[in-house]
Every structure is written in C-alpha cells, then in structure tokens.
Write a protein that binds this ligand. Structure first.
Ligand code: HEM
Ligand code: NAG
Ligand code: NAG
Length: 502
C-alpha cells in the first residue's frame, strides 16, 4: 500500500520535475536565441491543434497567416521550425550550404537502416557524402542505358492487360502498386519478374505491410525511453518485417556480387557495385573503407522506401484527377495519339514531344503533393533563416504543400491548369519558382532522374490505353485522404474503357 502510494508520488514528482526543467530550458532558449515565433505549445504534448490535425499542412497554413512563413511549433516533445515559402526554403537548403543537412534521429528507423547506413535517414557525414555520390553516379549510369525503358515496357505489358479485364467500376490502386513495384524491383535486381513469382509476391507483401504500419509513426519515437522498458506490439511486428525485408535484399545483393561482370551490367545493383569499384581509383582509401557492403546494400532499401510510395501515390492522384477532368484527359490523349500513335508504347525519347502530358503530371505533383511536409531536416550548427536564429540540432520541416499552394506564386491556386508549365510554343517552359516536389540542396531527392521518366512513361502508357471516367454520381472534385506524412486521394473508383478496341 505504502509502496504504491510512494511510487505514484514518485511518478508525479518526476513528471512535475520534468515539466519544470523543460519550461526553464525553453525560457532559456527563448532568451538566448531569437527563435521564430509560433503558437503556444504544452510541454511534452506540443501544439494541441497540430497534434489533433488530420493534415498538418492545414494547421501550418493557419500558423503561416498568423506568424509568417517561418514559425516554431512543437509536435509532442519535438520542437521544430517549419518553413512555408520558397524564399525561406531556398535560404535554408541552398544558400546556407550544409547547415540544414542533418536528419533527426529516430530509433525506429535504426532497425531497417542497419544502424543508419542508408542515405535517406543518415546524418550529413563524410561517409554519407561518399555514399550519396556513388549511389548518384550508379543511378545516372543505369538510367543512361536502355535497361530502364525495357523493364518498364515489359512490366507495363504484364500489368495493363490485367487492368483491361475490369469491366465495372474498380479501385485502380492495386494495379498501380503492381506496376510501380514490378518496375522498381526490375530496376534494382534485373529482369522484370512474372507477377505471380512467389519471391516477388512475398517481397511486395512485406513492403506493403511495412509501409502501412510505419505510416503513422511510433509512440516509441515520441518517448524514446520506452525502447529500454517496453515496446508496443506494432513496433515488434515492424521490426520483424523490416528484418525480413533486409534479409531478402541481402540475399539478392550477395547473388549479384558473386556473378558481377563489369562488361555486362544487368541492373542498378550491378551499377552500384561498379561505381564502388571505380571509386577505388579516385577516392581516399581510408574513406572508402568506411563505406561497407551494408551501406551499398542499403541503397536498395532507400530506393524501395523513398521510391515506391511517392511514385504510386503520385499516380493515384494522376488517375483520379484525369477521371474528374475529361477535357484535360482528352488533350493528353490527343497529344499521345499524335506523337506516339496507338501501335507502340511511349518511349523515353517521346517525352520531349509530350509537353502537355508532362505539364499535366507537374500539375498533379503540385496539387497532389505526396510528401506535403517532406522529410525532416536537422541543423548541424547554430544558424539562421528568415531573420531568426535556429539552434544546432533543431528539427526543420519543409512545407512543400504550402509552396505549391502559395497565392503569391500561383494564380487561381486550386485550379488544375497544365498550361502553367508551358511556354507560348506549348513546350515545357522554365520551372515555376515555387514548384519544388523533390526539394533542393544537399538532400534533394536522389531519385528525381528515375522518378520523372518513370512517372511520365507509366502515366502516358495508361492514358494511351484507357479512357478513364468516374462512376456516375461521383463528385468530380478530388477529396484528400491519407495522413499528414503522405497525403493521397480519398479511396475512389474509376471505369477504364480500353481505347485499343475502338
Ligand atoms: C513522385 C516521386 C518522388 C517525390 C515527389 C520525391 C520527393 C522526395 C523528397 C521531398 C525528399 C526529401 C528531400 C529533403 O530531405 O529535403 C526525397 C528524398 C529522397 N528520395 Fe525522393 N521522391 C520521389 C521519388 C523517388 C524515387 C523514385 C527514388 C529512388 C529511385 C527516390 C529516392 C530518394 C532518396 C534516396 C531520398 C533521400 C535523399 C537524402 O536524404 O539525401 N525518390 N524525395
Ligand atoms: C519530336 O518532334 C520533332 C518535331 O516534330 C521531331 O523532329 C523529333 O524527331 C521528335 N522527337 C522524337 C524523339 O520523336
Ligand atoms: C474518351 O472520352 C472522350 C471524352 O470523354 C470521348 O470523346 C471519346 O470518345 C472517348 N473515347 C473512347 C475510346 O471511349
């Protein structure tokens, strides 16, 4: 009895103590630094409004109106600075060099990155720089050859007939998922596999489950002490799935390593091994010895983690927008019919002559910003942005959604209008200043050179083949679903009419 009273007392004392320490710490910080202004935040809970929001970007829009484009807010125990316009984003990510190039640490990420040996979540260190350089070189080398188009066509030829079998209204997500996963799997590990290949099915299933479970984050990351005491069932399940995924990638990587032949580069994994070998001639030996096979293999995890969800959700948005915008869809189809015709699939080279199609995709990526608040950055040193101080180790968020909806840069913000990206000759013009889906600076999306042709070819191929409409009675306006970290269209159905048989 006494014991339990004492222990509750203790818990209370400890909690009150903790709150006092936090408040004092915050006041001291406010006094020492000229931090960006922001809403009232409770210790440990942060902004109640933000914690409750379905979409953070909506709350951030409100805060921007009140506090300006650079503000401070806390989510749970994490205090962060949010950047909401292109000026502050460019200042932080480009003009301030590497000041904003670190990532915050999350325990949950450590597992599937085998201790932070990947690109997307690792800090800005010399090893990371070398890793990114080698991976970038390998990606360019792979994209330069003809493999990409081949595997893409092969995958589309397997997936499109499946979709063509649908006669009524259906949800296209499973088909899009299959296309994207099959293509990226083929990019990484060679030939496009059969859709019922058991290894492929398992791989895709684990990847899907992981995405679904990690989407909402972990309580453990809010209160890291939990890792030492007790972890949730969800966390343990995810760890197990992540281990399985790592071991599949390990197996595939090792097979490649054994059969590697520099005269016969089969896929991106081969390009990666080659780029690592070539680096032996140029790089400092000691530096290179830090970059292990685990790092190299983790590049493939990076591609799956950063590439699949972004690609598939962009395509959900594209299909959903086209279903609700028949006039724009017809223009896209008219362009494809004119440039490509109906007898062959669109190629990488066609892209330069498919400006309207590309512009449509750009507008999809603006209005349907798939990573509305980007990936979190962290400051490497005391620095500044927008006239305010930002102390070392502050989490910094990039609000891409705000950039894409900024009324100072976009006329008639909500209107879907591909002509924003076209010049007077109907060709793709200069990139609009506040269009930044891939971010910028040291941490700019590594996969942009893959994502752009990939999305373009998949989208053009779907548009070439199908006339897409919404079932009767559906509101043509797109409704937003998904979560704060990954917005997507709310679940929807389409009717796809095969244009081949008319
Ligand atoms: C619609 C497609 C995509 C979008 C909108 C997108 C967007 C982004 C964004 C916003 C970031 C965070 C940048 C930052 O920290 O400021 C990022 C990082 C990254 N993306 Fe993408 N991405 C896409 C597709 C891809 C693909 C297909 C790949 C791989 C082939 C990829 C690989 C990566 C990697 C490795 C990073 C981490 C870079 C780093 O931390 O240095 N992404 N991407
Ligand atoms: C694009 O169009 C131009 C002008 O019609 C043509 O000369 C060129 O060959 C086309 N490019 C491709 C890859 O078809
Ligand atoms: C596709 O849709 C457009 C406009 O919605 C229509 O004019 C055209 O006939 C349709 N084509 C086919 C093959 O259904």
């Amino acid at each position: 009895m006494l014991n339990s009273v004492l222990s509750t007392l203790n818990v209370q004392t400890v909690l009150i103590g903790l709150v006092v320490v936090l408040v004092v710490y915050k006041l001291r910080q406010r006094w020492k630094y000229n931090l960006p202004p922001g809403p009232f935040c409770w210790p440990l809970i942060g902004s109640y409004e933000a914690a409750q929001a379905t979409f953070l970007h909506e709350v951030f829009e409100k805060y921007t109106k009140k506090y300006g484009p650079v503000f401070t807010v806390s989510l749970g125990p994490f205090q962060m600075v949010v950047l909401n316009d292109i000026n502050s984003v460019t200042e932080a990510l480009v003009k301030s060099k590497a000041d904003f190039a670190n990532r915050p640490f999350f325990h949950s990420v450590d597992g599937f990155t085998e201790g932070g040996k990947n690109i997307a979540f690792a800090n800005y260190t010399p090893t990371w720089k070398l890793h990114r350089k080698i991976a970038g070189k390998a990606l360019r080398q792979y994209m330069f050859g003809s493999h990409f188009e081949e595997v893409l066509h092969e995958s589309m030829n397997k997936c499109l007939p499946l979709m063509a079998k649908e006669t009524g209204a259906f949800n296209p997500e499973n088909y899009i998922d299959l296309m994207v996963f099959n293509i990226l799997n083929a990019v990484c590990f060679g030939k496009s596999v059969e859709l019922d290949d058991p290894e492929f099915v398992t791989f895709m299933k684990i990847d899907h489950e992981l995405t679904e479970m990690t989407g909402k984050g972990f309580v453990e990351d809010m209160f890291p002490i939990m890792y030492k005491i007790w972890t949730t069932k969800k966390y343990r399940t995810v760890t197990k799935l992540a281990d399985e995924l790592v071991s599949i990638v390990k197996k595939k990587f090792n097979e490649h390593d054994k059969t590697f032949n520099s005269d016969k580069i089969r896929d991106f994994t081969d390009s990666l091994i080659l780029a690592r070998k070539e680096a032996e001639q140029e790089e400092n030996e000691e530096m290179l010895s830090q970059l292990t096979d685990t790092h190299l293999r983790q590049t493939l995890m990076d591609i799956f983690n950063a590439g699949i969800d972004t690609s598939r959700i962009t395509l959900y948005f594209a299909v959903r927008y086209m279903a609700g915008l028949p006039d724009i869809q017809s223009k896209v189809q008219e362009e494809i019919d004119r440039v490509v015709g109906k007898d062959r699939l669109p190629t990488v080279k066609d892209r330069e002559n498919l400006s309207y199609t590309e512009a449509t995709l750009h507008e999809v990526m603006r209005l349907g910003t798939v990573v509305p608040v980007g990936l979190p950055h962290s400051t490497m040193c005391d620095t500044r942005v927008g006239g305010y101080d930002v102390p070392k180790d502050t989490v910094v968020m990039i609000n891409h959604w705000a950039l894409h909806h900024d009324p100072n840069y976009w006329k008639d913000v909500k209107k879907f209008d591909p002509t924003r990206y076209l010049d007077e000759n109907g060709k793709l013009g200069m990139k609009p200043e506040s269009w930044l889906p891939f971010s910028a600076g040291r941490r700019v999306c590594l996969g942009e050179i893959v994502a752009k042709p990939e999305l373009h070819l998949i989208f053009a191929t779907i548009m070439q083949r199908f006339n897409i409409t919404l079932p009767e009675g559906t509101n043509p306006e797109l409704e937003l679903g998904g979560s704060s970290s990954n917005t997507q269209p709310a679940p929807f159905k389409i009717i796809a009419k095969d244009r081949k048989n008319t």
